[in-house]
Design a protein around this ligand. Sequence first.
Ligand SMILES: [Zn+2]
Length: 394
Amino acid sequence: MTRKLYYEDVNQLEFESKVTGRGKDEGGYYIVLESTAFYPTGGGQPYDEGTVNGLKVVDVEEVDGEVRHYIEETFPEETEVVTGIVDRERRIDHMQQHNGQHILSAVFDDQYGIPTTSFHLGRDTVTIDLGTPTLTDELLQEAEQKVNEIVRANLPVETKWVYVEEAATYPLRKPLAVEGEARLVIIPGVDYNGCGGTHPIATGEVMAVKLMGWTKNKKQVRLEFVCGYRVLEKLGQKHDVLTELKQFIPRPEEKMAAEVDEMIQASKEKEKKIAELEEQLLTYEADEIVAEANGAGVIQRVFQDRPIKGLQSLGKAITEKSPFSYIILISEQPDQLQFVLARGSEIDRNMNEIAKQSMPLIEGKGGGKPDFVQGGGKRLMDGEVFAEEIRGLL
Ligand SMILES: [Zn+2]
């Protein structure tokens, strides 16, 4: 069994130890030490990072009672004693998040009767799942305040190894899931919890807890929060975003949302106006084309890079005014051709048939109603040539 220094003194991050084993498994090369300050993944808390004799520790896992330190490369055979250094920033971060979680879960449980059903400590987000279908803003605000009062009170965080039978004398939040000896993490008067994680020695080290929002998750609520330096990090990120936004929207922060809303509404109005104008323009264009055609049996036009939607609208506008004409509209693009093929209401012919015959010429696809079809394919010929091919089929 490895001696676990993180249970003796959580602030001891440098240590020397004998190497007692080495090996390789699906996680890679690893060494086992007589004693270690590296916390292995467990209880919702990720492993510690750091170095052993200058080599990077990329993962730490507990397997059959031994703590395996996975190193980025094979470890020299002749090495008997190593110096381990645990990454301080990461360890402090994990302690802040984990202890903050204990306090948060205690407040939800004791004050509102809402139990915590799971905990996730990620690099970007920290979440707990709460056994409640919903939460209110008022409750969240109040809970956040209560949690931060406990942080500010700088209560001691005690750890204690007890036999499971003895644990029954403590007001534990959940029954212990282990047999034999168990470790308790205790914030007197606030929380009595079976937990194997690393915690600071007093709640003040958590610095602050900020609730970041929640989502429904199955029949529960997933609450996101940050503690400690992550609060500063988040504040910094949000400040940067706001500062950048202010260059475009020079308004006080509290008026920014209303300003953006106004801008979006104005933009929607403009889009609507543009659509109306486009519609008008299209009517003029269709009138002109129809007048020019002067009752011809086939009206045929090739455009450059015209979106298929515009081609369809124009096709419809022309068809309405030309009951006795066929309409062939082509949009020529660098590597494809798109087309609209239609007929006036007085012609009895299924345009799908014409399209079916002409599409192989451009390895195209398409279809529609008997009087109006559209499609597209590769640009295997110029638009004018394709238009002539179609015309030949009419
Ligand atoms: Zn815990």
